[in-house]
Design a binder for this molecule. Structure first.
Ligand code: NAD
Length: 472
């Protein structure tokens, strides 16, 4: 690609101190060079955001929302270019990349409509209590490589509309779409309101511990999230952490097995399984277990695994070499312990390809069942009693999301109430909506992203409690 990418600091697109190559995971060839910031550039970006904050926060909600809508329009106008670049750096099939870009514009538009108005808490005789919300200052946004665009918009929308400024740092293996967005934002936003710096994991702690960062909005693994939280502790910074998951699907015996298999396959394999809320363990009732296994194996065999830029491809490569090695390790262990229903063999070709693999009958303590695989390898497990399956679903350090599938919606909702997770979908999956809060329980996260609760995470609430002056 001949295009050059630049950092965005104080409204200007600038070269990095050095650069590094970004690889296409389908070919392992270089997509483009990414500018790499040094510590001085990180400090300049934070200083620019700090300097822009007073004027930006003084604007009205309507004014800031108009800027966000212009960002959404500009992103939509260049949707095809963004989607092609996203497939090239991330690996997902082009139609899924388009979906991410369109979804990103929906998120921006939803936040442009949201407000955090003053709330009257009490008006009682002479006593008036109001809750008033103000922006925090400079927000550091740190994003992972699975959905680099939409996960940035989940943070940028609420950050900007409430009057904060941002320094964003994308993941080193997928920085290019964020830099393309920076190019478009440079034309629209006042200088310093939004800044982008890139690194290869050297600047994380300097960013999160910087005294001028008021809040960290982080999406990534639980291990890194815990480091971010530790680094924020000294400054008592606000943090929202959207972390890993090991989501269970519970499939009841009244679901036609081929229907259940199609839903679970889609929920487990989209984006090559690299979704925080992907179905990562499927518990299927014994009465339909064998038929479910046969159906899901057929779907895995029919998947078209190839370079996501090719027409008709349904599953692309795993995003990077490190993740490929991790999933490969889990797969190699699982094939020795379970029954391989489909996949299991790694192709000998360039790129980080892992065919969709389904493994039945693993013990509950197998690493593929206990750990977050974050790849296209799914364990299928049998259950007979609801109490038992709820206990097994909850026996995890994670609690991000989960699904329950049944023709009896009320019974499924009762099971959902017992699953310890931030979101449980009944008879659907991935129904993420910018107007509904999304959060993890246990080690899957802290605080909310999206929805009014997510918006409030970008504000400080002030209680103002007034009475008439007593003159006696
Ligand atoms: P990761 O934790 O390795 O990296 C995430 C980001 O943190 C990257 O931008 C990385 O450069 C940065 N980083 C690394 N070290 C840092 C440090 N010390 N301080 C600050 N930042 C640092 O995660 P990943 O491998 O990119 O993403 C995959 C993980 O993200 C999975 O566990 C997945 O479940 C999770 N995820 C969660 C959600 C959610 O909403 N809960 C969404 C998507 C992904």
């Amino acid at each position: 690609m001949d295009k050059t990418f630049k950092l965005l600091i104080n409204g200007r697109q600038v070269e990095g101190a050095t650069s590094f190559d970004v690889l296409n995971p389908a070919t392992e060839e270089v997509v483009a060079a990414c500018p790499k910031a040094d510590r001085a550039q990180l400090d300049q970006a934070i200083a620019a955001a700090k300097a822009a904050f007073p004027a930006w926060s003084a604007r009205s909600y309507e004014d800031r929302a108009a800027y966000i809508l212009r960002l959404a329009d500009a992103l939509m106008e260049r949707k095809d270019e963004f989607a092609r670049l996203l497939t090239a750096e991330q690996g997902k099939p082009l139609h899924q990349a388009e979906y991410e870009i369109i979804g990103s514009t929906f998120v921006l538009r939803a936040f442009a409509e949201m407000r955090a108005p003053e709330k009257i808490m009490r008006q009682d005789g002479g006593n008036t209590v109001i809750e008033h919300r103000t922006p925090l200052g400079v927000v550091a946004a740190i994003t992972p490589w699975n959905f680099p665009v939409i996960l940035l918009m989940n943070k940028l929308g609420p950050c900007l509309v409430t009057g904060n400024c941002m320094v964003a740092k994308p993941a080193p293996t997928t920085p290019l779409t964020t830099l393309l967005f920076a190019e478009l934002a440079a034309e629209i936003l006042p200088a310093g309101v939004f800044n982008v710096i890139c690194d290869q994991n050297e600047l994380g702690s300097a960013l999160t511990s910087h005294p001028d960062i008021a809040k960290i909005a982080f999406t990534g693994s639980t291990g890194t999230g815990s480091k971010v939280m530790a680094s924020a502790a000294d400054g008592i910074k606000r943090v929202t952490l959207e972390l890993g998951g090991n989501d269970a699907a519970i499939v009841m015996g009244d679901v036609p097995p081929d229907v259940a298999a199609a839903k679970v396959f889609q929920g487990a394999m989209m984006n090559a399984g690299q979704i925080c809320v992907a179905i990562k363990r499927a518990y299927v009732h014994e009465s339909i277990y064998e038929e479910f296994c046969a159906s899901i194996a057929k779907l895995a065999e029919a998947a078209v695994v190839d370079d996501g830029s090719k027409q008709g491809v349904t599953i692309g490569p795993v995003q990077n070499r490190m993740q490929y090695e991790k999933v490969k390790g889990l797969l190699e262990d699982a094939v020795t312990q379970g029954r391989v229903l489909a996949g299991g063999q790694l192709p000998d070709r360039p790129g980080y390809f892992i065919p969709p693999t389904i493994i039945a009958d693993l013990p509950d303590d197998a690493p593929l069942v206990r750990e977050e695989q974050f790849g296209p390898v799914l364990p299928v497990l049998k259950f007979s009693e609801v109490d038992d399956v709820v206990a097994r679903a909850n026996d995890s350090e994670y609690g991000l999301a989960g699904t329950v599938w049944s023709r009896d919606t009320q019974a499924a909702m009762d099971i959902a109430r017992r699953v310890d997770a931030g979101t449980v979908w009944v008879n659907q999956h991935l129904a993420i909506d910018a107007t509904l809060p999304f959060r993890g329980s246990k080690k899957s996260g802290l605080g909310a992203e999206l929805g009014q609760a997510g918006l409030h995470e970008y504000t400080q609430a002030h209680i103002i409690n007034a009475v008439e002056l007593a003159l006696d």
